[in-house]
Ligand binder design. Sequence first.
Ligand code: IMP
Ligand code: MG
Length: 381
Amino acid sequence: MKNKVRLYDKTFKPFITNAEINEAIDRVAACINDDFRGCTDTPVLLCVLNGSIMFTAELMKRLDFNCEIVSMKLSSYVGTRSTGKVREVMGMTGSVDGKRVIIVEDIVDTGNTIEDLTRIVREKGATEVRICTLLLKPDVYKKAIKLDYVAKEIPNDFIVGFGLDYDEIGRNFKDIYVLDPEPDYHVTEHKMNYYILFGPPGAGKGTQASAMVEKYNLCHISTGALLRKEIAAGSELGLKAKSLIDAGQLVPDEVVEGMIENEFNTVKGVSGFLLDGFPRTIAQAEALDKMLDARGEGVTSVVSIMIPDEMIKERIQHRAAIEGRADDASEETINTRIRTYHEKTEPLVDFYRKAGKYVEIDGTGTIEEVRAKIFSTMDQL
Ligand code: IMP
Ligand code: MG
């Protein structure tokens, strides 16, 4: 379970583990099996999309009598507050006429949804309606309708995961997280993390970048990949970049900076960014500071994966051999690459060291060892 998840502008902390959820589902399934054991009809499980999708699947696996499944979609929430209005968004995928129905809900809050649903299901000819919900907020539930099967009761807090969403995201988590209203977020609230990744060729930057992105919910910004994306999309920036590249010229700083700022503005649902390949010069580092300052934010930290020059050589040669590019492995080419790396990055190391934002990670161990070092360093930031 992650120790924190960030969805749009909100932070959530661990609440119910997947193991606890499964135990609760075991219990509720046992009650339903007791009530329906030996039945000769074929009751319908009515899955209320999208929230109940995971719960319905888990519940069904545990039922040992013949049952059908029908789905329907409703939506009653916008953001984290109930709109009080329940809308039928999508009709039912099958008939409930003449059937016993078990409505399967992810969560019952005010009960508005369940009230409307019960009415709709009866109108469609169900002979009996029972309600099964994974979660119930008893402090909020005000309706008289009996909830036949409740897997777990929770306080009146907003939660996500295991099918439950915050504006459609967060459903995929296998555990459940609760909104963290901690006031100590006031300083960092709506603040994003901006990490910069340094490392010579062969330091394992690419591999570690994917692990960092996943663990800290970051958007990986690699300038090379961005340029290709903008060009492929035929955006104004992309066209400008393409004409320069085609003319054999370097893409100027403003263009690269424009692309990066564009990513900052448009990528949603992440807790921050991992910059890779930018900044390359002091001028770019200053431009980045200016850009972030204008947003009331700043560089969080520069994570530098360091390996000795000898190891850079070994790793590049090894890689070249595997990829069959023996020419790439020539001593001279490698030395030039190492020299260029030092010349380009060293001033930046100094720049960020002075700003107190530079951390260096020993990149000589195994992938797992280096990853563990990066994680423990980032956790302390
Ligand atoms: P009710 O109509 O107020 O009972 O709300 C039921 C519906 O609201 C559920 O099916 C969910 O879609 C949504 N909901 C209620 N509480 C939460 C929550 O804590 N997280 C995410 N969705 C919720
Ligand atoms: Mg729902």
